[in-house]
Design a protein around this ligand. Sequence first.
Ligand code: SF4
Length: 438
Amino acid sequence: MHKAEASAETLIIEDDEPPSSRLAIDTLYPVLPSGMDPIHLTRPVFLLPAKKTTSLRHPKLRPEIKAFQKQFFHGSTARDWHDWQWQVRNRIHTYERLNQILPLGPDEFLADNTVQLPLSITPYYASLIPKDVPDHPLRRCVVPTAGEWVKLPCESDDPLGEDHQSPVPGLVHRYPDRVLFLLTDFCSTYCRYCTRSRVVGHGGIRASRARWEKAIAYIAANPCVRDVLLSGGDPLTLSDDRLEWVLSRLRQIPHVEIIRIGTKMPAVLPQRITPALVKMLKKYHPVWMSLHFIHPDECTPETHTACALLADAGIPLGSQTVLLKGVNDCVQTMTELMHRLMTLRVRPYYLYQCDPITGSGHFRTSINQGLEIIRGMRGFTTGYAVPTYVVDAPGGGGKIPLMPDYVSGHTGDDLVLTNYENRSFTYPDPVQASPVQG
Ligand code: SF4
């Protein structure tokens, strides 16, 4: 057993979560109105049904998931499937098992267990990946390939310089008023482009109270810290009790105004978002969440249910997406993802340029491509759906926003602007503004 997995098992055994009591949503709108541009709708939208039609305690499995479960997890029940701890215990973390479920190609076989980041995929997430589409975007994100072996000169294990801005282990203090508190290095599913692949899944950031105490003491001793982002690994892999211990300790610090949680659970393990979890989280408001999504296919009925639970608990939801070659690097897919997120009540927040971590060359696009995606969205859809495109500056410079240039220059006292349709307009903007007469 992997070192990190041993610690995860310990954490998971402590929990005794009931399965989600929310409905699986199966209201689909798969038919496109004739003539509709596929940028607007190419996948079904999942909306909450007006009437509850199935048992709350035992939501029905969708037929495609039921078939997958029967084939690969024979003997397990719908109740098992909805139990997030069952999902974690049964995660796919060997190549042998992965090959049974998603027959591996030569490039994937080559990766084997020698890559830096361990392999782990929840049964739920694996069920979303069609086995006969070798380049499926979700598959690219979770199945290792030999590309992870290739280290380019511009790449490093810690491109953001987090290790140099860490006053205590597992806490990064880069910006003046906020800190990043890494609670655990464990994730139920490992993303092959993870910025923290140097630490996640390796047992380096243990979910131990002794370590957490030191981080909390640092936060308490620094009144400038008004905002704490809990991350990892995935903090929602911790049991409700352990998470509550951290939240309650942070809430005792008067200058901590905002607590944010960064998680990919609604995408890879939506079963984790239980009524018991949100009931606990509500006690520690204001709690915000940053949800990690990379593709519209992650926006399933189960994810819809999870996000509805969180949103109904008054937790503001924002998204984080990494721009990835062959996954979401076109206007259509990115727009569709952001539209899906808005139907889930998740506000598109950040689009990240992929960090130059070791072995990420096959995932990175050019910056220009990212700018063109933003240009293709801005004006063509609501501003709410357009995320802020950022580069996290290598060496610890922090997030730097990038925008296509809509300013062409000055003509006399006019500013010349280009709109989203590439048409020019002027705005009266004297370079030397006259003083206002009283
Ligand atoms: S969920 Fe986040 S921390 Fe975990 S592997 Fe993915 S990107 Fe890394």
